[in-house]
Design a protein around this ligand. Structure first.
Ligand code: FEO
Length: 163
């Protein structure tokens, strides 16, 4: 069994990871509907990773004999003002998730829960990677010429990176 607060935070993290998947699917739909299949594929792949993150937390909780009660997943933002907005929101959202993981890490530290800390190490590294990748994508977008060809090529490059 885990410390009660730690268990609660991890169950909440399952919801946050599933919300992340939902948010990125919404972004994927936005780009797909604009004919930008590459960047749509980027976000669809990202959504699958978020689903996997949720499963990792659920499996860990079950390995510790904890109960996981799933809760309502908030509807994500359904539309975006321009092609850049989802890229900004992705970076902000990853920073939010990093803060959430860091908080879980802090509680595990306070409880001298070395097993959970070892489990969480993977997420600490993953969040550094997720933020870096989101930052890179945003910076790359800022450097493309904002004509339809420039955008299309940016989208194709992003999609190719996830294949
Ligand atoms: Fe599961 Fe992108 O954080």
């Amino acid at each position: 069994m885990l410390n009660e607060q730690l268990s609660k935070l991890m169950v909440e993290q399952v919801n946050k990871e599933l919300y992340s998947a939902y948010l990125y699917l919404s972004m994927s739909n936005f780009y797909d509907e604009k004919g930008l299949k590459g960047i749509a594929f980027w976000f669809k792949t990202q959504a699958k990773e978020e689903y996997e993150h949720a499963i990792k937390f659920m499996d860990y909780l079950h390995d510790q004999n904890e109960k996981v009660t799933l809760s309502l997943i908030e509807a994500p933002k359904g539309d975006f003002s321009d092609l850049k907005e989802p890229l900004i929101l992705q970076l902000n959202h990853e920073k939010f998730v990093t803060a959430s993981i860091n908080n879980i890490y802090k509680v595990a530290t306070e409880n001298n829960d070395y097993r959970s800390l070892k489990f969480l190490d993977w997420f600490i590294e993953e969040q550094a990677e997720e933020e870096r990748v989101a930052q890179d994508l945003l910076e790359e977008f800022e450097h493309v010429s904002v004509d339809s060809r420039g955008i299309f090529e940016f989208s194709e490059r992003a999609g190719a990176r996830r294949k």
